[in-house]
Each structure stands twice: as C-alpha cells, then as structure tokens.
Design a protein around this ligand. Sequence first.
Ligand code: ADP
Ligand code: MG
Length: 488
Amino acid sequence: MSKYKALIGLEMHCEISETNTKAFSSAANAYSSLPNSNIRPLDMGFPGTLPVVNKEAVKMALMTSIVLNCSQPKYMYFERKNYYYPDMPKNYQITQETKPIPVGIYGKVTFECNGEDKTIRINNIHLEEDAASLDHLFDTSVINYNRAGVPLLELVTEPDFHSAEEAVAFLEHMRSVYRYLDISEADSKKGQVRCDVNVSIMDEDLDENDPNNWGTKIEIKNVNSFGGVKDAINYEIKRQTKLKETNKYDEMEQQTRRWDEETGTTIYMRSKVNAIDYKYFVDPNIPKFKITDEWLEEIRKSIPMLAYDRKKKYIEEYNLSSYDAGILVKEKAISDYFEECVKIKTDIKQAANWINGMILSYLNANEMSIKDFFMTPEMLKELIELIDSKAISSKQGKDVFAKCLSDQKTPKQVVKDEGMMQITDEAAIMEIIKEVIDENMDQAKTYNPQYPKILDYFIGQVMKKSRGKANPAVANKLMKEELEKLVS
Ligand code: ADP
Ligand code: MG
C-alpha cells in the first residue's frame, strides 16, 4: 500500500583472491598469512618503486566485464585517486574512474530473485587496489600491510533494485559468478566483499526512467555482510518514508551514512554536497596497454557455463526440479561432477538424487570437498546400475555406498567381497519359497487372495532365509503364485 518505491544502487567491492601476487607488486596475494609478511617496497610507497600490472588480475577483470555484458576498452589505463590515510602509504590508490573507460561499462545482468528473473543494468566495473587493513585495539591501532595492493574489483550498478531482497539476490548471484570463474571466494566473512549501498525513495506513480523523478541519494558506506545490506536497505527505506510523511524529505541533502550493526541503524557521516575532489589523473608510471580482440576472444572462450545458465539447462533439458537444480549448481565442483555423470550416460535423475542426498551429506559431515571424494562419477554410475539391474536392492545400495567410501573400493568390488549380489534367479528363489511354505503350511492354507496381507509375512520369511539377498519383486511374484495354487 506504500505510496513510494525505493531505488537502490550497489557498489560492490570484491577482492580477487585467486591471483598469486598483488595487483601491481610481486608480493603474495595472501593477506591471511602472518601480518606484514607479504609486502614489497612498492606496497610501502618507497621512493623509486614502479608498479607492474598483474596480467592475471586484468584477465579476471575482463572476464567479469564480459560476463556482465559490458563494453571492454581498447586500451587499459589506470588512474591515481589522491588522498592520505595511514592504510595507504603511497598517498594515492591506483584505480580506474570512468574516463578513460575502465574494464567494463554499460552492461546488464540477469539473476534469479524469489524464483523470478530480474535484469539490472551495470554502470561500470573497474580494477583497483585494496588498502591495508587497520585494527583498532583499546587505545592503539595496528596496521597490516598484507592487504595493501591486493587486487579489487568494484562493480557499480544503476539504481535498478527496488527492494532489499533484489539487492541481496544480486550479490549472491555475483558471488556465484566470482566463484565459478575462479576469481574469488567472495566470502564476506573473510572481508572479501564490501558494499556501498545507495538508497532513495520516490513517488510510486512517477516514471523511474526519468532521473528527474528520483529522490535524494543516501549512500551507506562499507556494509560488510549480505545480511547487513538487507537490514541497512530496509532500515533506510523506513527512515526515508518517515521523512516523506513528515514533509522533511525534500529538504534533505545528499549524504553519506554508515551502517551500525549493533544498533541496526544508519548513522550520518557527512554531507555529499561538497564532494571530495580526489584530483584523479592517469598514472604516468603505468603505460597504457592495448586490449586486443584476440585476447578478449581467448578470454571469452575460457569462460565456463555459469550457475544461472546451468540451472536453466538442468530444468529444461534434464527435467530436474528447480529445487534440485538449484542445489546442484550451488558449487561449481559439484555441478561439474554431476555433468561428468551425465556425460558418461548415468541415469540423470538418479545421479542428481545421489549427489543431492547421500553424497552432499557425506561431504558435509566430513567437511570434505567433492574434489577429494573417493567415489568417481564412473563408480556412482556403477552403483546406480547395480541397483537398477536389481543385482542389489536400493537399501543395499546405501550400504555399498558407505562401504565403498570406508574401504576405498568400487561398488562392484564391495558387492563381490561382501557377497551382496541379489538372488534374481527364479529357480533359486522358488526353492526357498517351497521351504518356507512347507515350514508354515497351516498358515499358508489360510491364504485368501482377496486379503493377501499374510503375504508380507511369507516374504519376510523368504528374505530371512536368503539373508536379504532374494530379489523382493521376484519373491513377491512367485510367492503369490504358489500360495494361490495352494488354496485354489
Ligand atoms: P557518485 O558520483 O556520488 O559516486 P554515482 O552517480 O556514481 O554517484 O552513483 C553511485 C551509485 O549510486 C550507483 O550505484 C548509482 O546507481 C546509485 N544512485 C545514483 N542515484 C541514485 C538515487 N537517486 N537513488 C539510489 N541510488 C542512486
Ligand atoms: Mg561512486
């Protein structure tokens, strides 16, 4: 019933965690090691040092740019954003502003939110370096320069989100993209993802395609978790709506606020009216370099199918439920395992059930990656076929699964070693059935085909005698025939 709608734009910073070295220096890109152990003179702003662009980081940035359907530049430039802060000894951050164009501009991306597709526009994506990390202890602050110079991707969206749910669904989508592309774990718990969240509200019946109708932008800085993004947006929408309703909204200035996790509120930091001028200029120590079409093409070809497309494919081509497909694509390695099963012609539905059920619980329980999982897709196929061909029952299948993993044997080997092969031979089963009937003749004679409940008891006896190896379907069929013969 709200008279207002929210416009939300995100600035998502994601550290690239998968390069060996930093963005412009040869120090290791691993800031979780001993504090201040991964530093080169450049990271400390020592005189005489020169930045060298990390090609791998540029490649990853271009990959992301392509995936987000952005235009890529013909030449790569970097700029200096000038300001002083103890976490940045060079006194400037190497980054890319929109002129000349960064790694990517004007893209769009489609993601899933509550089961529906949503498309938003990307304003730009650029590559920059992270600052060092500061820890504030009681009355001291300590600096860890391991993070200084770590490559960082900043992605700026247009204000196309209308709710916290949409914004968070987008962030989850991007986390999946970064993981599938092997660019970053994008783990906000490790501080790898940080967001600035921009929120305004406008009258619901006005046209949002006309920026003149937009409300005043409030920027919330450095929100460090997806939960924080959600809460900050919801809080800010409520706060701004109240201002509207008390006629105070229009006199509000553009401002920067910060999210306070403890109180669950946003707190005023500064007005944005006199925005800081960072005096950007192209870094003269980094020669511009050409992004060739050949290189872009090579990068394009190396991009794997992403979770969003895989999920659609699993639903449309493999007839899996949206729920099952969703679980399969959560992690690329799992999805790759599943696709390998499909490739070697395993029954698709059953492979999906095994992976989403037994395999994922096993991996979770053992905190293991599927990359270290003993059972290969070939073995899973073998197991599924043993059950399908009724060589073993599906209950036995679970035991074989466990035994495979504990003894590091193939399913066939386990079945053989444990003597688990089901008896499907009719003559062999018939022999057991005869014995069971003989031993329970009185009851057998009470068999009534109209009320065949007693059949369960007889089958139970057959299973007992065969130590669970008689094929239940065959036993059932034969036992029924025998009992019927007896009483007819
Ligand atoms: P600045 O120059 O202040 O950084 P930008 O125009 O670069 O502002 O926009 C920064 C972010 O704010 C972008 O994500 C953009 O989508 C978002 N944004 C811009 N205007 C609004 C608005 N009126 N309401 C909400 N978000 C906005
Ligand atoms: Mg900005």
